[in-house]
Write a protein that binds this ligand. Sequence first.
Ligand code: SF4
Ligand code: SF4
Length: 294
Amino acid sequence: MDVDDTILLNDYDWLESPCSTCGGAFCCSYLPLCDLSVETRSEMLLMADLCWFEGLVPVLKDDGQWQLFYHEECRFFHKAMGKCSIHGTPLQTEICRKYSPYDCWYKNAFTTAETDTLIRFNSERIEKLISMMLFDENGVIQKAPPWIDLQRAFYEIPYIKTTVPPPKELMKKSVGNQDLFLFPPGKPRKPGHLDLIKFRLGFPGVMVMISPSLWCFAIPALVKLMVPENFKELLLQQLANGVYDAIIMGISDGERDTLHAGGYQRVTNFGLITQQSGINPVIFNPDKPEIVVS
Ligand code: SF4
Ligand code: SF4
């Protein structure tokens, strides 16, 4: 459904809520994809490579965990109105409906590029971070600077979105290409997982890969337009060789092999998961907390 076809609610609750003065709607434009495993200098450099793909933003959280976000506005976010176009309707997911703006993690985390909660990274910032860290002779991280030093250092290297997003048409075409990043989780096991699928499919470019036994999320690997051709080839070659799989957590080698071998469906519309012929129907039996894929 196009946003234009949806109902725009002049919702009193919304006007009263912190969302009306948020200024960023970060919850609708930063989708968490997966944790990253980053323990060595070379893994930090792989993470720097990810920054050259459209939408991928590595962040360091205050607990020391690296996480990968997809920076792309949900298709239901109405830019002109600055709010969700399906707010309070049955089209909205439970995830969105139940999220409390009065206790919002996103607002604290994303208001600036280096908050007390997380720091956003681009490749330049990762290079700077590498220069501030101690590694052993095998390149394993030994010591990282305190958070306050990181915040100070990165004030001087502004985080900016380095390119405009690719045209929506290109995103649609790329759904069929072979250059993909795969992300967890796998097969849905309870209704909440279906809601997560519906939520993620709201973000342009996200698709679900489905085979009889394996499921995962995927996004197209679109190298930013500004990247020189020879570097672009290197990045895509490394992607095809599975080099980045080393740091993207939550997908097993077996799952990757099966999905890369083919024999799966790519689904971009939640309704198609249960409706389109050729896609295995997903049946949830409330008496049995398992989702049966037949
Ligand atoms: S939920 Fe949080 S991030 Fe989202 S619009 Fe409201 S205040 Fe902003
Ligand atoms: S559906 Fe959810 S993520 Fe999308 S615009 Fe609405 S509140 Fe934001």
